[in-house]
Structures are given as structure tokens and as C-alpha cells.
Design a protein around this ligand. Structure first.
Ligand code: ACO
Length: 335
């Protein structure tokens, strides 16, 4: 049992085709391309079709990850989906994806950790494969944030985009991949109210009043979130490196949650040994895709760059809850 080592053996992602540019947003709310670029680094983001849902995007990303791993859906025995925009309150989105991809032998569940979701499901997958509870876990993060975004609120509507990411986590000894060398997770429920969707749960079930008051959309105290984001991601990274007995110099790439270029730049300043071009960014073209963000960036990085054996990627994320986390991935060759 103790010898099993979890690794990512395939990745995939899905982005909807429709592009929502800053110029498009200028026509919807009182904003400017200049304000959005300066304050967030975002130029455009992707928006799902009306008939395209979190489960559809998640299934597409999952198919891409299975393909990348050279695996069939029947070989998956557990599906984990991170999302804050599920298709339904019940059943879970993971069940819908299980059916869509034909993973008939897989148990499945959803995990809610807002923008940190990908790291929470990655940690869960690691625990399952390293204890022998599962062999091949399909990890998915998928978000249709456009469905909870208030396009009358200029402070939030410019930030969010839709998309999905996925990876296969396995302990199969014969497979090369990215070993999950260390993962750390954290939470501060005392700050729950700085990022919240007030209605739609049992505290405020849907009513005419909640709809009229726009309570089904995400509300965020941007400045507060910003402060916590930089601090928490930095400390999560340091804790994770320590756990894996590594130094900053041992890292080839840092992939932070793509929430805001200023958050990413503030993070970069705290990593003195990592050149700026080693901090991977997608925020300019996809905006903040919440749970999907680091997984989308990871998939893009792996499709663009080939990692030598022993090279390492550090992932970090932060989100509502508040939640945060970091993970070190080590290449075992030919990724
Ligand atoms: N266009 C033009 N002006 C705007 C816009 C806009 N889109 N949005 C806000 N403003 C105005 C405000 O009204 C304010 O005007 P005022 O000074 O006259 O009152 C001014 O710009 C400054 O507003 P701030 O909110 O102070 O702007 P700030 O520099 O803090 O940037 C932002 C706002 C981009 C939201 C930033 O705070 C941020 O990125 N926060 C973190 C968000 C985040 O990381 N989220 C991650 C978690 S998300 C999740 O878990 C789903």
C-alpha cells in the first residue's frame, strides 16, 4: 500500500468557442478595455452556448484527457468533479459526466471548493490511488460561470469565463507522467462572506424576491479577496515545497490560479529564483475560470513544452470559502 505513487498520466481541457472581448463588455456595462486590461490583465474570455452546460464541457475535457492517456472510459473507477456551477443541485455533475462518457464502472462525486477545486480533487484522487481505493481516477474541473455572473455588475462581470479541465490520476508503475510529490490544502471559513452566492441554497431558496434582488449571482468584495489571494497562495506554495523537501530553485514552472494579472505579478515578486517567463499565464485570453483555471493552464503548458525527467511544476490556487492550496508535480519522463 505504502509504495503506490499517484501521478497524472494524461491531461485535457475544453474552452467554448464564443469569445467575449473587453470591447463586447463595453457595450454591456460602463467599463473600458483600458480599465479591464490595467486592473485585471484580461482581454477576452470564453462563454458557453446557452445549451452547453458544465457537464458537457467537463465531458469534453475528460475525453481529451482519456485520449491523452491512451485509456478508455471503462478503465476509470472513480470520477471527481470540482465545480461551483453544477448542472443541478442534485444529481451531481459527476454522475452526468459518467453517463456522457460511458464510464460505466466508475463511482462519482462532486467537490465544492470554488477556485481551489482542481487542487482539492487532485488531493482526493491522490489519496484514493495511494491507498488502493481506486486505480484510475478521472479528475475534472468544469465551470459555467456565465450562469452565475451578474452582467449588470461591472465589478464582477468582466472577470469570469467558462471552461473545463481534466486529468487522469493513476498509480500504474509502468506509466510515465507527473508524480504528485506534495499537496497542501487550506481553508478559512471565517471569511466565507467575502465571496458568496447568497440565494439558491437552503438558507435562501429561490423565490420571486431572491430573483428580483439578483441574489443568485456571485457577490465578491474584490479588494479583500485580492489581499487574501496573494498571501494565501504564497504561504501554500512555501508549505508545499517544505512538505516535498524542495527549494524554490527546484521548480521549473509556477502555475497560479488565473484570477487577475496583478495577483499573479504580486506572486511572481515573492519567487525570487523563478524567471517571470516561467510563470504560466492564460488570464489574458480566458479570464478567471474558477476551479478549471489551473487545470486548463497545466494542459496548455504540457502541450507547448516538453518536460525533462525530474522537472517540476508548482500549482497554486485560491478561492471562495476561503480555500487555497498548492501542489508539486514531478516529471517521471516524457510528459
Ligand atoms: N470598469 C470600470 N470601473 C470599474 C469596474 C469596471 N469593470 N469595476 C469597478 N470599477 C470601479 C469601481 O466602481 C471603483 O470606482 P470608485 O473608485 O469610483 O468607487 C474603482 O473602479 C476601483 O474599484 P475597486 O474594486 O477598488 O478595484 P480594484 O483595483 O480592487 O480591482 C478587482 C477590482 C479586479 C475585482 C480586484 O479587486 C480583484 O481582482 N480582486 C480579486 C478577485 C479574485 O481573485 N477572485 C478570485 C476568487 S474568485 C472565485 O473563487 C470564484
Amino acid at each position: 500500500m505504502g509504495t503506490l505513487k499517484a501521478k497524472i498520466i494524461g491531461t485535457g481541457s475544453y474552452l467554448p468557442k464564443r469569445v467575449l472581448s473587453n470591447q463586447d463588455l463595453e457595450k454591456i456595462v460602463e467599463t473600458t478595455d483600458d480599465w479591464i486590461v490595467t486592473r485585471t490583465g484580461m482581454k477576452e474570455r470564453r462563454i458557453a452556448r446557452e445549451d452547453e452546460f458544465t457537464s458537457d464541457m467537463g465531458a469534453d475535457a475528460a475525453r481529451a484527457a482519456l485520449d491523452d492517456a491512451g485509456m478508455s472510459a471503462e478503465e476509470i473507477d472513480f470520477i471527481l468533479v470540482a465545480t461551483m456551477t453544477p448542472d443541478y443541485m442534485c444529481p451531481s455533475t459527476s454522475c452526468l459526466i459518467q453517463k456522457a462518457i460511458g464510464a460505466t464502472k466508475a463511482a462519482s462525486m462532486d467537490v465544492g471548493a470554488a477556485c481551489t477545486g482542481f487542487l482539492y480533487v487532485l488531493a482526493t484522487a491522490k489519496a484514493f490511488v495511494e491507498t488502493g481505493l481506486a486505480k484510475n481516477v478521472l479528475v475534472i474541473a468544469s465551470e459555467k460561470l456565465s450562469s452565475i455572473t451578474d452582467y449588470q455588475d461591472r465589478a464582477t462581470c468582466v472577470l469570469f469565463g467558462d471552461g473545463a479541465s481534466a486529468c487522469i490520476v493513476s498509480a500504474a508503475k509502468e506509466r510515465k507522467g507527473l508524480e504528485l510529490s506534495g499537496i497542501t490544502l487550506g481553508c478559512d471559513g471565517g471569511q466565507a462572506d467575502i465571496l458568496v452566492i447568497p440565494a439558491g441554497g437552503c438558507r435562501q431558496p429561490a423565490s420571486n424576491e431572491t430573483v428580483e434582488n439578483r441574489q443568485h449571482y456571485v457577490k465578491m468584495e474584490g479588494k479583500e479577496v485580492f489581499k487574501h489571494a496573494v498571501r494565501r497562495m504564497e504561504s501554500a506554495c512555501k508549505e508545499c515545497l517544505e512538505l516535498a523537501e524542495l527549494q524554490e530553485q527546484d521548480i521549473s514552472w509556477l502555475i497560479p490560479h488565473q484570477a487577475n494579472i496583478r495577483i499573479i505579478d504580486a506572486m511572481a515578486k515573492r519567487f525570487k529564483h523563478l524567471p517571470p517567463d516561467r510563470i504560466f499565464k492564460t488570464v489574458h485570453k480566458y479570464g478567471n475560470t474558477s476551479a478549471s483555471s489551473v487545470g486548463i493552464a497545466l494542459d496548455e503548458l504540457l502541450k507547448q513544452e516538453s518536460l525533462q525527467k525530474g522537472e517540476r511544476i508548482l500549482l497554486t490556487a485560491f478561492g471562495g470559502g476561503l480555500t487555497w492550496g498548492a501542489a508539486v508535480l514531478t516529471s517521471t519522463g516524457d510528459v
